[in-house]
Design a protein around this ligand. Structure first.
Ligand code: SAM
Length: 227
């Protein structure tokens, strides 16, 4: 795959074989996706869900069987990803926003659950701090922010080791090295992961005080923050 000039075009291209590519390219992808339905408090039953960076809908797909009556709002910069969701969820009355997060209106006290699967590492540090504030404000009291990603800064001394482990993982499914080369080009151009402890501080600054890491394999993490 060739590198594109912006994130929306990059993911239009990536959308073609997205789930298989993610399973082979992102360590622990399936376990992290499953985490989105494994760790909610008993009796948690959201009526409104916002999926930030929905991609082809893998996170919302997990949620729908558990929360079939909720209203789902899906946001993604990539038109192709949004189109895949429109097709996948054609029997549901979902709301779609083909927007960058910075252009999405985070209305106050609007959602019981906000999910972000592997989407916020595309944001600069300043944008992450700002979106945590938007997410906090947009959740209803008692609402949950549910978030998974690679959460290590590129300057972290452990980063080279994580890259080595990641490379070995990708080699299992794609031994010819082409995929790893593409991943590293994509990673250099579009991925800006941040250490989880820094992000947790930013979430606290945004107002969250109940934040729990519920699944982690190295720096591949799923966490929940309650408003
Ligand atoms: C790696 S995919 C994750 C998709 C899905 N949530 C999952 O867990 O498989 C990241 C998605 O976030 C979207 N995205 C990245 N940065 C974005 C931004 N600033 N605004 C809106 N969408 C963005 C991309 O277009 C892409 O579809």
């Amino acid at each position: 795959m060739k590198k594109n000039e912006n994130i929306a075009l990059e993911f239009n291209e990536f959308s073609k074989n997205y789930t298989n590519d993610m399973i082979g390219c992102a360590p622990h992808y399936l376990q992290l996706v499953e985490s989105f339905v494994k760790y909610f408090p008993e009796n948690f039953n959201p009526g409104s869900v916002l999926d930030l960076g929905c991609g082809n809908g893998n996170i919302s797909s997990q949620l729908v069987p558990y929360f079939p009556n909720a209203t789902y709002t899906l946001v993604d910069a990539s038109t192709e990803m949004i189109n895949l969701c429109r097709h996948k969820f054609k029997d549901h009355n979902f709301i779609y926003h083909n927007n960058y997060f910075k252009d999405f209106s985070f209305n106050k006290d609007s959602y019981d659950l906000i999910v972000a699967g592997f989407s916020l590492h595309h944001l600069e540090d300043k944008e992450k701090q700002s979106i945590f504030k938007d997410i906090y404000s947009s959740l209803k009291q008692g609402g949950i922010f549910s978030y998974s990603d690679l959460m290590i800064s590129k300057t972290n001394p452990e980063h080279p080791k994580i890259l080595e482990e990641w490379h070995s993982f990708v080699n299992i499914s794609f031994p010819d090295g082409e995929k790893w080369k593409w991943i590293m080009e994509h990673y250099d151009a579009f991925d800006k992961p941040t250490d989880y402890n820094i992000q947790i501080e930013w979430m606290k600054n945004a107002g969250f005080d109940d934040i729990q890491i519920l699944y982690n394999q190295g720096y591949w993490i799923y966490l929940q923050a309650v408003k």
